[in-house]
Ligand binder design. Structure first.
Ligand code: SAM
Ligand code: DTB
Ligand code: SF4
Length: 325
């Protein structure tokens, strides 16, 4: 709930743009001050991903290894068994993850998939972990079934600005994404919604994407900011890499616009230096994905992340603690 005048849903593009463009030290100082006010700045939440259905996706998202239309060499799999999900989740819990995020390469789930999805949610929740799913677009009855099974979070990214969206995806619209996000929120499932930067977009697209998220009826509970992982044989394979400072500015703006949201330093950490990640944590990122694989792409090893946390004096949020003040 947006309970204070400092939590605003009426940010304008001009205000956000001015925040984003200010001298970096001013931006970092402001973002970090907001961060400290609402969160313990030395605690970072850890989520673990699992691909429950990989490849062969009918959508044409230009960044994705799993689109059947991209010519990426990934073969399509069937949905994995419920038992395998539970056993993977229990390993993730032992390794300190508090949220388990299950992703499927679908435009949306089919009704025949729903019973297995419900069993996965019940099983993972039964182990005491938070549950998250990302399954594409949802119908009203599907949202209700997921909620009743106990789903805590639904991830559905707007990916970029409304202006740039059709350059990246043509098989669905920006409005389709917003519709699903509204359905999820109205059903009482927590919303995880963010996007990808480094896809050849302009600075204003990064700002606009965050303004869209910050002017939804309620701010998302989590905002993942992904740095594009360039995937061979996709249309974005050779896009010019984004200046890391622009990425840090994006994190900082997300923190200022959405003070109580968990901002996740999401995909792309394998290609980031420790120093860049440290700047992101200072700018207000307070969540990461852990484990060597995201859905299909690489992520830093547990050892590497443990060493990074130790160098920075960061501790992992415990189960049941959201790091808020
Ligand atoms: N099919 C579902 C959907 O698109 O909503 C769920 C899975 S999809 C892979 C989840 C998100 O991962 C995408 O919305 C995108 O933001 C992110 N993602 C996918 N491929 C990526 C890449 N190569 N680099 C960075 N982020 C990526
Ligand atoms: C999100 O924003 N990032 C995660 C999660 N939500 C589902 C996915 C990242 C995928 C990175 C590319 C891959 O592993 O294929
Ligand atoms: Fe399919 Fe999701 Fe990949 Fe788009 S991002 S191609 S919807 S798996």
């Amino acid at each position: 709930m947006q309970d204070s005048i400092e939590i605003r849903n009426n940010w304008t593009r001009a205000e956000a743009d001015a925040l984003y463009r200010q001298p970096l030290n001013d931006l970092l100082y402001q973002a970090h001050s907001v961060h400290r006010k609402y969160f313990d700045p030395n605690q970072v939440q850890r989520s673990k991903l699992l691909s429950i259905k990989t490849g062969g996706c009918v959508e044409d998202c230009a960044y994705c290894s799993q689109s059947a239309r991209n010519g990426a060499q990934l073969s399509a799999s069937k949905m994995i068994e419920v038992e395998q999900v539970i056993s993977e989740a229990s390993k993730a819990k032992e390794n300190g993850a508090t949220r388990y995020c299950m992703g499927a390469a679908w435009r949306g789930p089919k009704d025949r998939d729903m019973a297995a999805l419900e069993a996965m949610i019940e099983g993972v929740k039964g182990m005491g972990m938070e549950t998250c799913m990302t399954l594409g677009m949802l119908e009203d009855d599907q949202v209700l079934r997921l909620k009743e099974a106990g789903l805590d979070y639904y991830n559905h990214n707007i990916d970029t600005s409304e202006r740039y969206y059709s350059e990246i995806i043509t098989t669905r619209t920006f409005a389709d994404r917003i519709d699903t996000l509204n359905r999820v929120r109205e059903a009482g499932i927590k919303v995880c919604a963010g996007g990808i930067v480094g896809m050849g977009e302009q600075q204003m697209d990064r700002v606009d994407m965050l303004v869209t998220l910050a002017t939804l009826e309620a701010h998302p509970d989590s905002v993942p900011v992904n740095m594009l992982i360039p995937i061979a044989d996709t249309p974005l394979a050779d896009v010019t890499p984004l200046d890391p400072i622009e990425f840090v500015r994006t994190i900082a703006l997300a923190r200022i616009l959405m003070p109580k949201t968990h901002v996740r330093l999401s995909a792309g950490r394998t290609n980031m230096s420790d120093e860049m990640q440290a700047m992101c944590f200072f700018a207000g990122a307070n969540s990461i994905f852990v484990g060597e694989t995201l859905l299909t792409a690489d992520n830093p090893t547990e050892d590497k992340d443990a060493a990074l946390f130790s160098r920075l004096g960061i501790s992992a949020m415990a189960l049941g603690c959201d790091g808020s003040r």
